[in-house]
Ligand binder design. Structure first.
Ligand code: ME8
Length: 516
């Protein structure tokens, strides 16, 4: 074992009832950036994503597709796995809840809940939404103008369910949960979600139905196989299955408790109320943090299968490139807020921030270096105040980005990096290295060295966000592979190092004219 600090980050596991869209791509992207950043920062990282394959919703979707649930799950799960390449994610594993090891883990957890006296057999009579795979109290539902009952005014339809069911004594966990939130102020983020969860728990908790008998596509309840476990108990357990649960001697157990579960805002109750209660009951450590991301609409509309407006990440990255899409998603909207995916806004950012600001800086500097400095890292002469000011800003970025990412403030991390890019562009204009070529070549070289060194630092920090583009720029600066982790952040460029030929990395996007 490495002795390094561990960092375990997880995405929601995606239901296989639907093919992936940009909304799904988003949570995994946030986790990918966290995982890449922490790896570069020296952590022993484990990054998990996967698919949630049991439950009534999936069973019904399989029926509609005239496939067995397993064949259906195999097919759709693959489309989520394909996102890994389409978005350049770097997960350490992809879990499926239909794996045998997961069944073992769920049944072991169930046994602990039983042993703790927190499970009893009863009968569920109440509302259930198959789309949400969630139970609702009477006062959480309302009947719309169309006569259909929904979970809230814009929620999904609910149906009346009456069946024998095992219950988890959630009602007994309210005070312990409130104490847990109090002692762990970082557990739920952003703050608005924390308040939402606390007021839900303060409102009083009811016991939770944790098994179903009206269908069979799930993990059998130990000792009573007419029941399958409630899909959320099954799904949440994936996070510990991965670490080997119940075998805590598994080497991956070192990653538990998770440092960060990224989830959508719609599933915060499951992760921040049910999950810690299950774990505390079973005597398993609770995760350190749950961050709820907002939802994307597209051109102002809800993303929905029926509207046919789901943005397919493969199509969008094929047109704009993977890195620009990754940048846009994390820069456009503060993580935690809702966002609207607009083509115009994407093109705007791509041209302004990537092509004009960052791309142009690299291109200008590297092409002057190639022409004037014998295709080598220029000589660093005596530094003047303006040089030190720019270099200091670039040096300060690592601490800033680190602390922004510890809060999942991706957009603020990017804003800070781009401020230094803007400073560097102003410095190029002010120092005008092209004009120094004749008057003061020594000063010119120093200016170019300062710029190349600033680009190196900025680009090391761009790596988690835009891995391929950053790699190309670092190649052009001849930064060796072992010089790309943050341990080498202060290892300055060595004058005289031979540089490869510069190439543009962020082309401008020009919208093709539609023939009228
Ligand atoms: O909820 N914008 O799965 P799921 C942003 N299996 N995020 C979106 C989105 C959008 N338009 N649409 C969906 C489940 N999401 C469970 C999770 S975890 C133990 C089990 C997000 O496939 C949504 O908020 O319905 C959720 O976090 C994730 O996609 C998976 O949704």
């Amino acid at each position: 074992m490495s002795g390094r600090s561990t960092f375990y980050v997880t995405t929601p596991i995606y239901y296989v009832n639907d093919v992936p869209h940009i909304g799904h791509a988003y949570a995994t992207l946030a986790c990918d950036v966290m995982a890449r950043f922490k790896r570069l920062d020296g952590y022993d990282v484990h990054f998990l994503t996967g698919t949630d394959e049991h439950g009534e919703k999936v069973e019904k979707a399989a029926e509609a597709a005239v496939l067995s649930p397993q064949a259906y799950a195999d097919k759709v799960s693959q489309s989520f796995r394909d996102l890994i390449g389409a978005m350049n994610y770097s997960p350490d594993n992809f879990i499926r809840t239909t794996e045998k090891r997961h069944q073992v883990s769920c049944q072991a957890l169930w046994g602990k809940l039983v042993a703790a006296g927190d499970i009893y057999l009863g009968k569920y009579a109440g509302w259930y939404s198959v789309r949400d795979e969630a139970f609702y109290a009477d006062d959480e539902t309302e009947v719309g103008a169309d006569g259909k009952r929904r979970a809230g005014p814009v929620g999904n339809e609910v149906e009346w369910v009456e069946e024998p069911s095992y219950f988890f004594k959630l009602s007994a966990w309210g005070d312990r949960l409130l104490e847990f939130y109090e002692k762990n102020p970082r557990f739920i983020a952003p703050d608005s979600r924390r308040n939402e969860v606390i007021s839900f728990v303060k409102g009083g908790l009811q016991d939770l139905s944790v098994s179903r008998t009206s269908f069979s596509w799930g993990v059998p309840v130990p000792g009573d196989p007419k029941h399958v476990m409630y899909v959320w108990l099954d799904a949440l357990t994936n996070y510990i299955t991965e670490c080997g649960y119940p075998d805590t001697t598994n080497p991956l157990w070192r990653f538990w408790p998770a440092d960060l579960h990224v989830v959508g805002k719609d599933i915060i109750r499951f992760h921040c109320v049910y999950w810690p209660a299950f774990l505390m009951s079973a005597g398993v450590a609770t995760p350190k943090r749950v961050f709820a991301s907002g939802w994307w609409t597209t051109e102002g509309q809800k993303i929905s299968k029926s509207l046919g407006n789901a943005i397919d990440s493969a199509a969008v990255t094929a047109e704009f490139g993977i890195d620009p899409v990754r940048y846009f998603l994390l820069r456009e909207v503060p993580f935690g807020n809702d966002g609207d995916f607009q083509r115009r806004a994407l093109i705007g950012r791509l041209n302004a921030d990537l092509a004009n600001a960052y791309g142009n800086l690299c291109q200008r500097v590297l092409s002057i270096v190639a022409k004037n400095c014998g295709e080598r890292v220029p000589a660093k002469g005596t530094l003047v105040e303006a040089d030190v000011a720019l270099l200091d800003r670039a040096k300060g970025l690592l601490a800033i980005v680190r602390s922004e990412l510890d809060e999942q403030a991706f957009h603020r991390a990017l804003i800070s990096i781009w401020e230094v890019i803007a400073d560097a562009n102003r410095y190029v204009d002010a120092q005008a290295p092209w004009a120094l070529a004749k008057t003061d070549p020594v000063r010119r070289d120093t200016v170019l060295w300062v710029l190349a060194e600033t680009i190196r630092r900025v680009t090391l920090l761009v790596q988690p966000f835009m891995p391929d583009s950053a790699a190309k720029i670092l190649d052009q600066l001849a930064v060796p592979a072992e010089g790309r982790a943050f341990a080498s952040f202060d290892r300055e460029l060595t004058s005289g190092t031979v540089l490869p030929k510069p190439q543009g990395v962020f082309p401008r996007f020009v919208e093709a004219k539609v023939a009228s």
